[in-house]
Design a protein around this ligand. Structure first.
Ligand code: PHE
Length: 455
């Protein structure tokens, strides 16, 4: 059994390249689009606190586990799980973990790409000066006009799927590494600027209080589940994206340091997005629980009323598209790597197949906002259902099994060797991955099931 395997798909050029790529995967629509609107829908403060706790106690240990599994196996998640199970004489069913991940990747990317399409559309709306001087009502109308038109959504969705597949087909190292290196800091700067604008709205204190002062009365079992699901979603965990990136990680890189760095960067971006958005929400008397359109109905007001807003607005949506792009690539990489390994396909062919499947499933989301808006199950549209099932059920379930595999099935010798930890550091991870993370996921699940059964 060799720890010095190499991946047939290549390797990151350095530890930093991996951190950038993994941060690129983690930081995306989840931070800027999703976090603010679910925090708004679930009452703010207390929800944010649960999310932060989940990132620290469940997210970071599972991220370390995913990276170590990936680096140990050096294959697509399906084959990594198969090989690691075989080498340790464990049950071959562990490979299904990889399959669930591939499925989750397709499902998530199918709607992710539609929302990324909104961001693409907004680049042109911002550049065209559509927001200048706009108030809450106007930007609301601009958003409604976009999502109620299936043809437009379809066009933007198609463009984003094609963009993603082009980068994926070229392999992880070329292009991707270089792009992330400068786009991430740029996004960060622009967000900082938006927070600065939010400070000038007069409602900054109210926005910050909404995000950070917990009102536990608003914390329902469903809100706790959504906060946990989001910790998985935002860190790209539970479906093999970080595992496959870990399979390209050089042997000498520290898994602990990289995981903590990625989680911190990701959390910071989400909190900054919240601090930029909620002051605008309150200053303009908008609704924090406005749903998926929240950032598209708030940030344009900021751009419409700040100096050089057309420029900054355009730049912001361009960077949002890039953030989504670097996440989208990682959503589909597990499937593409598997197609190359098991079907001898070229990366280009594999990308075409993966793109075609994603595009087709994405039609459901495109129509959720218009033609099928009234077709609901449990009051949820196709998009709502997909988003709920993937983020709040499939990813935590995947994460649970990853924790069980790394904590209970894999030998301590292997995990210790890969993590390069000993003493108290290793013990801490071991307790988190063996007990804390799995129990937390199970308890949060049972809490919601109990609610459904006993009202
Ligand atoms: N983490 C990404 C985001 O926050 C989404 C994602 C989820 C990417 C799962 C890969 C895997 O936008």
């Amino acid at each position: 059994m060799s720890a010095k395997r190499t991946s047939i798909h290549g390797q990151w050029s350095s530890r930093w390249a991996f951190i950038l790529a993994a941060t690129g995967s983690a930081v995306g629509l989840g931070n800027i689009w999703k976090f603010p609107y679910i925090a708004g829908e679930n009452g703010g403060g207390a929800f944010v606190l649960v999310y932060l706790l989940c990132v620290a106690c469940i997210g970071i240990p599972i991220m370390m586990a995913e990276i170590l599994l990936g680096r140990r196996g050096r294959r697509s998640p399906i084959n990594t799980m198969r090989v690691l199970a075989r080498e340790g004489h464990h049950h071959p069913a562990w490979q299904y973990l990889g399959w669930i991940g591939v499925l989750a990747g397709f499902l998530i990317l199918s709607y992710y790409s539609v929302v990324a399409g909104w961001a693409l559309a907004y680049v042109f709306r911002a550049a065209g000066g559509l927001f200048s001087g706009a108030g809450g009502e106007q930007v609301g109308e601009i958003f409604t006009a976009l999502v109620s038109d299936p043809e437009r959504l379809l066009a933007w969705h198609t463009i984003f799927v094609v963009m993603t597949m082009i980068v994926v087909s070229r392999g992880v190292q070329s292009g991707l590494e270089k792009a992330v290196r400068f786009l991430m800091p740029a996004l960060f700067l622009l967000l900082a600027m938006l927070v600065g604008y939010a400070m000038s709205t007069g409602s900054f204190a109210q926005g910050v209080a909404f995000l950070f002062s917990p009102d536990f009365g608003k914390l329902t079992p469903a809100a706790i589940l959504i906060a946990m699901g989001h910790a998985f979603f935002t860190l790209s965990l539970g479906m093999g994206a970080i595992m496959v990136y870990g399979s390209y990680l050089p042997d000498d890189a520290s898994i602990t340091q990289t995981s903590v760095t990625i989680a911190l960067a990701d959390t910071l971006v989400a909190l900054m997005a919240g601090m930029a958005i909620f002051p605008i929400v309150f200053a303009h008397g908008l609704e924090p629980g406005a749903g998926p359109g929240l950032i598209f109905q708030t940030l344009p007001i900021a751009f419409g009323n700040m100096p050089a807003g057309t420029l900054f607005g355009t730049l912001f949506f361009v960077l949002l598209v890039f953030a989504a792009w670097t996440s989208a690539i990682s959503l589909i990489e597990p499937a593409v790597a598997w197609l190359v390994e098991n079907h001898g396909m070229s990366r280009v062919m594999a990308s075409v197949w993966a793109g075609a499947i994603t595009w087709t499933v994405g039609l459901g989301t495109v129509f959720s906002f218009n033609l099928w808006a009234d077709d609901t199950l449990f009051g949820l549209t196709f998009f709502d259902l997909l988003d709920f099932a993937t983020a709040n059920i499939i990813l935590p379930l995947g994460g649970l099994f990853i924790a069980l595999f790394a904590g209970w099935t894999l030998s301590r010798r292997v995990t210790m060797e890969e993590l390069g930890l000993d003493g108290i550091g290793y013990q801490l991870w071991y307790i988190l991955i063996r007990y804390v993370a799995p129990l937390a996921v199970v308890i949060i699940f049972l809490n919601v099931v109990g609610l459904l059964r006993f009202g």
